[in-house]
Design a protein around this ligand. Structure first.
Ligand code: MTE
Length: 323
């Protein structure tokens, strides 16, 4: 995301080359939470991390049913690409946050329901998972920065999580607040950012078939850098709406101001639906670069998911739906 105010602790992306990071994918299949960190984060997180070698936490295999309703029409992105080119500003502004993100502790995890809820308080991720069936869905993901990937997510419909929170009558929006832990997240010391990272959708969007809570990708639990242990996936919207490492779900009748919107509303609005015809104020959105091949392809309106989502916006034409 190009909101750029470089500070002393940052290093330019060209210096944080992925080549300097050797990722060990050995040990896959071992239960998540076992032997988490190669190097635990310091008391107050700092950047850059000195480790030349990153050992990723083992990821547990997940059993799920394939849901082939949403065919991507594109080849899957290599897992190694999708899990090493990330946006996770809590861990730094470069795409190479994989080392820093190993400080995230996804187990145990709970989510708090707040606001207009009939079930205020926390629910453990394990309890959430007992109440849902996991499915695998392959979605296209389109970042507002004009790169894209195609990922097999494992998770469950967002509507299931909303149901668990028992939103009260009159609820109009669902707000997602993500982890903000200044002991492990160096980005939090950038005080000009409006931490914690939050995102929001309307109740109609939350209930859409496509809206998904991912707890895994590529058949295993989520890597930390991709938002372990649970994140939002809204494939018709720019990727910044897909909040990672969710700790709170708030039901409200007031439209929330999300993280990027608070920083720069003119560039990152509330709706953020993908549209190749509406350029970002500083670059075109007509095409996108596929992670891995670097092939440039045409961007599709609603990221190609119009048949599932466009009708939700029929009465909202006066809103700034695409920026
Ligand atoms: N969630 C949190 N908490 N922090 C972030 O910086 N970045 C967003 C989104 N969710 C972000 C986040 C952006 S801009 C994108 S494009 C996607 O996560 C990137 O997801 P990925 O790293 O799994 O590709």
């Amino acid at each position: 995301m190009l909101f750029h105010r470089r500070r002393g602790w940052e290093i330019p992306e060209r210096l944080a080359t992925p080549e300097s990071v050797v990722v060990s994918r050995r040990g896959l299949g071992i239960a998540a939470g076992a032997g988490l960190l190669a190097a635990a984060g310091p008391a107050r997180a700092q950047w850059p991390f000195s480790a030349a070698k990153v050992v990723e936490a083992p990821r547990a295999p997940l059993v799920s049913t394939k849901n082939e309703k949403f065919t991507p029409g594109r080849a899957l992105t290599d897992e190694a690409e999708a899990t090493s080119y990330n946006n996770f500003y809590e861990f730094g502004m470069s795409k190479s946050v994989i080392a820093a993100a190993q400080a995230l502790k996804p187990d145990p995890w709970s989510v708090e329901f707040a606001g207009m809820t009939g079930k205020p308080g926390k629910i453990g991720l394990e309890d959430i998972l007992k109440r849902v069936s996991l499915e695998e869905r392959v979605y296209r993901h389109r970042c507002v920065e004009a790169w894209a990937m195609t990922v097999p997510w494992v998770g469950f419909p967002l509507s299931e999580l909303v149901k668990m929170g028992e939103p009260k009558a009159g609820t109009k929006y669902v707000v997602f607040t993500t982890l903000a832990d200044d002991k492990t997240m160096p980005g939090l010391h950038q005080s000009f950012y409006p931490w914690p990272y939050t995102e929001g959708v309307t109740m109609a969007e939350a209930g859409n078939d496509l809206s998904f809570i991912a707890v895994g990708m590529y058949g295993k639990t989520l890597p930390k850098q991709n938002g372990a242990p649970m994140r939002l996936v809204l494939p018709w919207k720019y990727g910044f709406k897909s909040a990672k490492s969710i700790v709170k779900v708030t039901f409200t009748d007031k439209r929330p101001v999300s993280f990027w919107e608070a920083l720069q509303d003119s560039e990152y609005g509330f709706w953020a639906n993908v549209n190749p015809e509406v350029p970002h104020p500083r670059w075109s959105q007509a095409r996108e670069r596929l992670l891995g091949s670097d092939e440039m392809v045409k961007t599709q309106i609603w990221n190609g998911y119009g048949e599932f989502v466009a009708a939700m916006y029929d009465d909202l034409k006066k809103e700034r739906l695409f920026a």
